[in-house]
Write a protein that binds this ligand. Structure first.
Ligand SMILES: *Cc1c(COP(=O)(O)O)cnc(C)c1O
Length: 393
């Protein structure tokens, strides 16, 4: 067989398409098998099995998926979890009582809600900040006490852009680690570890899997250190692990990740341009628009696109916004993101009564449909739900 092309030199498209060069040693199959076994036999000498003796600490079905994600993120190691929130949980459990966390306030509400509640109930210090304001972030740091800074960029659902390398500098100066929720940007558009972050988290339920049929999470570390050891032990011992079949499906989804994300960015960009200035809208929030407050940083930090997510501020309030969702015929009225079908949701309804999200905000996850079909659907929905309604007889 020819000498393999070095993995370090491969572009994301190549790594993903070939699942990191996987070839089954027994059969030559380019697809890894699913190994459902929960237990693994010892050798004749009673030595341990080659990989693990029990599935909670490791499944052979995780290996290719974890290795591919670690390579795509440029990390030392990746761990799969049973959900994105289980990955967040493990990262926080890697801290110790008395540690202080600095958390970006405007991010995915599930992460903010759980970290806030956990810190209150279990005695960890927490400061919520606007992470786009570096002076505010620096003032929140307690050198020696702050152990974790947590951000998301572009962040849900306003798509604010956080300068990862600047925040990494501030975190490290105070002796803290920086964790980045990279669910929305994906390693195709942003590689936080290369910009100085220490930990990357994914809801693999979203773009990584990409087909709306797997619940999964992941953490990727820049290096093997004490925090990572504690995270690993936490997963091993508490068992928020992924089933073999889900890990296999996730790898299958990831093989087309770069292709999907690039098309989703392209379509989201076209829609943002087209809807910007629409008479039924107050604003279009998308980091690719030159008037977006985070555009300059996004332009520098994101490679090859500004993401497949955008939000619309509808003229009017919650009622008008919900009417737009109801008037869509093609875009599906559902939460979540990163799948092949486009989704639209009234974000404040999803987040509940305490949501700080503007009441007229609609969050869109752009899928793989033709951009003209999506534009036509959104334009007819805005026409009937906002413009016709207010024009009167
Ligand atoms: C969905 C999501 C999560 C939570 O992940 P689950 O897989 O649903 O547990 C965390 N962060 C972001 C940005 C998400 O979109």
């Amino acid at each position: 067989m020819a000498k393999p092309f070095p993995l370090e030199q491969q572009h994301p498209e190549t790594l993903a398409a070939q699942a990191g060069g996987y070839l089954d040693p027994a059969t030559g199959a380019p697809i890894p098998p699913i190994q459902p076994a929960t237990t693994f036999a010892r050798g004749a000498d009673h030595g341990p099995p080659p990989l693990t003796d029990y599935i909670r600490t490791h499944s052979p079905s995780w290996t290719s998926t974890e290795e591919l994600l670690a390579r795509l993120e440029g990390g030392a190691e990746a761990l799969l979890f049973s959900s994105g929130m289980a990955a967040v949980h493990a990262a926080v459990m890697g801290l110790r009582p008395g540690d202080h966390i600095v958390l970006q306030e405007a991010l995915y509400y599930g992460v903010r809600g759980w970290i806030r509640r956990f810190c209150e109930e279990w005695g960890l210090g927490l400061t919520l900040v606007d992470a786009t304001d570096l002076a505010e972030l620096e003032a929140a740091m307690r050198p020696g006490e702050t152990k974790l800074v947590w951000i998301e960029t572009p962040s849900n659902p306003l798509w604010r852009v956080v300068d990862i390398s600047a925040v990494a500098g501030l975190a490290h100066a105070a002796g803290a680690r920086l964790a980045v929720d990279n669910t929305v940007a994906t390693p195709v558009l942003t590689r936080p570890l290369a910009l100085g972050a220490d930990l990357v988290m994914h809801s693999a339920t979203k773009y990584l899997n990409g087909h709306g049929d797997v619940l999964a999470g992941a953490l990727v570390t820049a290096r093997h250190d004490e925090h990572w050891t504690r995270i690993r032990e936490h997963r091993d011992q508490t068992g928020a692990v992924l089933g073999p079949f889900e890990a296999w499906l996730l790898l299958r989804g990831m093989r087309t990740l770069p292709l999907r994300v690039r098309r989703q960015c392209e379509t989201a960009g076209l829609l943002a341009q087209r809807l910007n200035g629409h008479p039924g809208l107050e604003a279009v929030l998308y980091p690719g628009l030159s008037d977006h407050p985070g555009h300059a940083i996004a332009d520098r930090q994101m490679t090859g696109g500004f993401g497949g997510m955008l939000s619309l501020l509808v003229k009017g309030g919650a009622e008008e916004a919900i009417e737009v969702v109801k008037a869509c015929r093609l875009v599906l009225p559902a939460t979540s993101l990163g799948g092949v079908e486009s989704l639209i949701e009234h974000r404040a309804t999803v987040e509940g009564p305490d949501s700080p999200v503007p009441k007229n905000l609609l969050r869109l996850s752009i899928g793989l449909e033709h951009s003209e079909d999506l534009a036509a659907d959104l334009e007819q929905a805005l026409q009937t739900a906002v413009l016709d309604r207010h024009s009167g007889p």
